[in-house]
Unconditional design. Structure first.
Length: 405
C-alpha cells in the first residue's frame, strides 16, 4: 500500500501544545486575574489541567472524526443499494454486511494514515474469517472496491488498496484491549439490524488510554439534526446525519456529518422522572422491554418508550432528546466494549452518567467484554438516584414473579 503517496496536507492538524503556564499581563479591563489568583495553587492547577486536556488527544480526535465520517459515507452508499447477497450471517446468527467490513477497513486504514507515528492497537467487532471461506471472494472484491471508492471520494488519499490490504486492515481489529496503553475501540456499524431496515445505525469509535475512555465519536448517518423526541417544524432541523464527538474534560459537540460548525450539547436538565422519556433498543432480543416498562411505571413516566437502534441513543440522549436510556439484555449475554465506549463518553462529557444496574461505573479496561451487573442505565445526574432505586425494585419484582411461576 503506497502510504508514502499520501498528500501531507491531508494530515490532521498537529496538536497545540500549550502545556506551560505563562503568567498573563494584568490589564485594567481584565478582572479575572488578581495577584492572589495567579499565586493560588489550586487555581493554577485547574488552569493547567484545563489547558492540558484541551490539547491532549487533539490529533487523535481529529483523526477519529475523519475516519468515522468516511466510514459513514461508505455505509450510506451501501444502504442506498443494499443487496440481499451483501448480507451474511455470523456463527451467532447475527447479520454482517459488506458495509460492516468496509467500514472497519476504512477506519483502520484512515487511523493508521493519519497517525503514522503512533503505535496502533484496535479492538473491533468484525474479523475476516468468513471472507476467507469459499464464496467469500466476490464479497471481498466488492468490499475492496467500496473501500477504494470511499478513500478516493475524500480527495486527500492518493492510494489504492488491494484485497490483502483490506483483509489485513479488518484483522488489525483483533486486539484484546486491556488496562494498559492506548487502544482504539470500534463498532464499524452498530445497529446492523437497523441498518438493514433502513433505520438508525452508528459508526462508533473511541480511544482507551490506560483503561479509560478518553475520546469518542459517533457518526449517525440517519439521525435528524432536530430532536427525535419532539420533531421540529423547522425544515433546517430535519436535515439528517449527525457527528457527535467528545474528549475527556472538554465536553461533547455535535455537527452535521456533511460538515457544519460543531455545537456544544448537554443532557436534559429535567429533575422530575414523570417528565422523562425513555430510550431503548428497537430489538426486544437486545433488551427486555417488559423490564423497562416496569421501571417506567415505578418512576411515573408518562411518555411511551422511544425504540431506536444503535448508539444513536447515546447521541440523542447527550443532546437532551430524551432523559433515560435503559438496556437489559437477557441473562447470560456479555456486553462488548465497542457497543458502549464511544456512546458512554459522548453522554458523560455532555453531563450525563452511564452505569450498570447496580450503579457501578462501566469498566472498559477488562478486554473485549464489559463485566457488569445485569444491565446499563444512562441518564442525567439528578435523575440517577431515583432511576437506580426503580431499577432495583423492578429487578427484585421480576425475580419474585419468576419464583412464583
Ligand atoms: N442478545 C443480545 N442482547 C443484547 N445485545 C445484543 C444481543 N445480540 C446482539 N446484541 C448487540 O446489540 C447491538 C445493537 O444494539 P441496539 O439494540 O442498541 O441497536 C448489536 O450491535 P451490532 O449491530 O454492532 O452487532 C449487538 O452487539
Ligand atoms: Mg454485529
Ligand atoms: Mg454493536
Ligand atoms: Mg456492529
Amino acid at each position: 500500500m503506497a502510504i508514502m503517496a499520501l498528500n501531507p496536507l491531508a494530515r490532521v492538524p498537529k496538536p497545540h501544545l500549550h502545556f506551560s503556564l505563562s503568567i498573563p499581563h494584568r490589564s485594567s479591563s481584565s478582572s479575572s486575574f488578581s495577584p492572589q489568583s495567579i499565586l493560588n495553587p489550586s487555581r493554577r492547577r485547574r488552569a493547567a489541567s484545563f489547558m492540558a486536556s484541551a490539547s491532549l488527544y487533539h490529533k487523535e480526535l481529529a483523526a477519529a472524526k475523519k475516519a468515522a465520517s468516511l466510514a459513514a459515507r461508505l455505509c450510506q452508499t451501501v444502504q442506498k443499494a443494499i443487496l440481499v447477497s451483501d448480507v451474511q450471517s455470523k456463527a451467532d446468527k447475527s447479520p454482517v454486511t459488506v458495509a460492516d467490513y468496509g467500514s472497519q477497513a476504512v477506519v483502520s486504514l484512515v487511523l493508521k494514515m493519519e497517525l503514522p507515528s503512533e503505535s496502533f492497537s484496535l479492538v473491533a467487532e468484525e474479523d475476516s474469517g468468513d471472507l476467507c471461506n469459499d464464496g467469500g471472494q466476490d464479497t471481498l472484491k466488492r468490499i475492496t472496491k467500496l473501500v477504494n471508492d470511499t478513500l478516493s471520494m475524500d480527495g486527500t488519499y492518493n492510494i489504492t488498496v488491494s484485497e490483502e490490504d483490506v483483509l489485513a486492515a479488518i484483522d488489525s481489529g483483533k486486539s484484546e484491549g486491556g488496562p494498559s496503553g492506548q487502544h482504539w475501540v470500534l463498532d464499524p456499524i452498530d445497529g446492523t439490524k437497523g441498518f438493514l431496515r433502513g433505520d438508525q445505525y452508528a459508526i462508533a469509535l473511541a480511544l482507551l488510554d490506560e483503561g479509560k475512555v478518553v475520546l469518542g465519536v459517533l457518526a449517525c448517518p440517519n439521525l435528524p439534526l432536530g430532536s427525535i423526541g419532539n420533531p421540529d417544524k423547522d425544515a433546517s432541523q430535519n436535515q439528517t446525519g449527525c457527528l457527535f464527538s467528545a474528549k475527556i474534560g472538554c465536553g461533547t459537540d455535535m455537527q452535521l456529518l456533511n460538515g457544519s460548525t460543531p455545537n456544544r450539547i448537554h443532557v436534559t436538565t429535567i429533575e422530575n422522572p414523570a417528565d422523562a422519556s425513555i430510550f431503548e433498543s428497537y430489538e426486544a432480543a437486545h433488551s427486555q422491554h417488559d423490564l423497562s416498562s416496569s421501571i417506567a411505571q415505578k418512576l411515573g413516566v408518562r411518555a411511551p418508550p422511544v425504540r431506536i437502534d444503535s448508539q444513536a441513543k447515546y447521541g440523542a440522549l447527550a443532546r437532551g432528546d430524551g432523559a433515560i436510556y435503559l438496556r437489559f439484555p437477557r441473562p447470560g449475554y456479555r456486553e462488548k466494549i465497542w457497543d458502549h465506549a464511544a456512546g458512554c463518553i459522548v453522554v458523560s462529557e455532555a453531563g450525563g452518567v452511564a452505569t450498570d444496574a447496580a450503579g457501578n461505573d462501566l469498566d472498559f479496561s477488562k478486554g473485549r467484554y464489559l463485566d457488569l451487573d445485569t444491565g446499563i442505565v444512562v441518564t442525567n445526574k439528578k435523575l440517577m438516584p431515583s432511576l437506580l432505586n426503580a431499577v432495583q425494585d423492578a429487578l427484585k419484582e421480576k425475580i419474585q414473579n419468576a419464583a412464583l411461576l
